[in-house]
Design a protein around this ligand. Structure first.
Ligand code: SF4
Length: 310
């Protein structure tokens, strides 16, 4: 089996390729702000949020809940803040209203692993049974496996909390997409690759590899202005990104290879505004270097482009 066919011409297993393989077509993901908050902002764990998080709760492009007007099938992405952090009855009603929408093919819920208590897990399990033709994905913001960095960014939970949540979700058959940030202050390439190695040994389905954005009105911006760290260049980012893609298991779907910093809030890196250029440069460099997902994967040693082991 030639997995480049499975990847639809890209050198990595993108979300678009996964959707085409599964549904025969691509779908848009529409970001929704359903009015949640976050324990890192409401005073439960902290009030200033993760050090990089904007006032929009990492959902600066999200549309208010109920205002989505779609003409085509789409994925409803509950993105802003912590989208399982509310009473179960409210979650039930919010998720159901999306799942009942004939245009919604599935929902993707961004949250924290410390906000998945048993009652939320059991709601997700019930909804999975009630809507078997739709999918439910959970997106967890891990960012890094390194506790020192996690402390600096004020993530607010230890690594074992993430691995426990992933195991629980895996047992329920709910796919997990993990967010990783490349370029966090103090992290070397070796540390970022350790995060990828860790994820290779964890039952996740997908990953978002995101560039660290420095946004206005964040504590990260204060550290940046004091020159405590510097922003990545485009080439520096591509070096890290390609190394991570090469190291990642070829089975893991890559949902994102950059990230969208809202233009009006973005302080650095400004080159990231030109997403098309970033993607073109990535694809060009991967081709030049004959790089592809899984090339340096420490699991089974085979060329995923020619092996039929997948
Ligand atoms: S990044 Fe997520 S977990 Fe962190 S403060 Fe923002 S909404 Fe909360």
């Amino acid at each position: 089996m030639d997995v480049t066919a499975k990847w639809h011409g890209k050198r990595y297993y993108s979300l678009d390729a996964y959707l085409k393989n599964t549904y025969g077509q691509k779908f848009k993901k529409i970001s929704i702000d359903a009015g949640f908050t976050c324990p890192n902002r409401d005073g439960t764990l902290g009030s200033r949020g993760c050090i990089f998080c904007s006032a929009g709760g990492s959902g600066d492009f999200a549309l208010p809940y109920g205002s989505v007007v779609a003409a085509e099938p789409y994925i409803a992405y509950f993105q802003a803040y912590t989208c399982t952090y509310a009473p179960v009855a409210s979650l039930d009603s919010i998720y159901r209203s999306a799942l009942e929408d004939p245009l919604v093919i599935g929902i993707s819920i961004a949250t924290r692993p410390d906000c998945l208590p048993p009652e939320v897990l059991s709601l997700l399990a019930d909804l999975k049974i009630k809507y078997p033709e739709k999918f439910i994905w959970i997106e967890l913001g891990l960012q890094t496996i390194h506790e020192k960095t996690a402390y600096y960014i004020r993530r607010g939970y230890p690594l074992h909390c993430f691995s426990h949540a992933v195991r629980q979700l895996h047992l329920l058959g709910i796919p997990v997409i993990t967010h990783v940030i490349l370029g966090l202050p103090g992290e070397t390439k070796a540390m970022m690759l350790q995060t990828i190695d860790y994820l290779n040994d964890t039952p996740i389905s997908g990953v978002k590899l995101q560039l660290l954005h420095i946004l206005k009105n964040t504590d990260l911006a204060l550290d940046y202005e004091q020159e405590l760290f510097s922003a990545l260049s485009l080439n520096g980012y591509l070096d890290l990104l390609i190394s991570c893609i090469r190291r990642l298991s070829p089975d893991t779907v890559i949902h994102r290879v950059t990230g969208d910093g809202p233009k009006e809030l973005l302080i650095a890196p400004l080159w990231s505004r030109d997403k098309k250029k970033v993607l073109n440069s990535l694809h060009h460099r991967m081709k030049q270097e004959d790089a592809y997902q899984g090339k340096d994967w420490k699991g089974k040693k085979y060329d995923p482009r020619t092996s039929d082991a997948l």
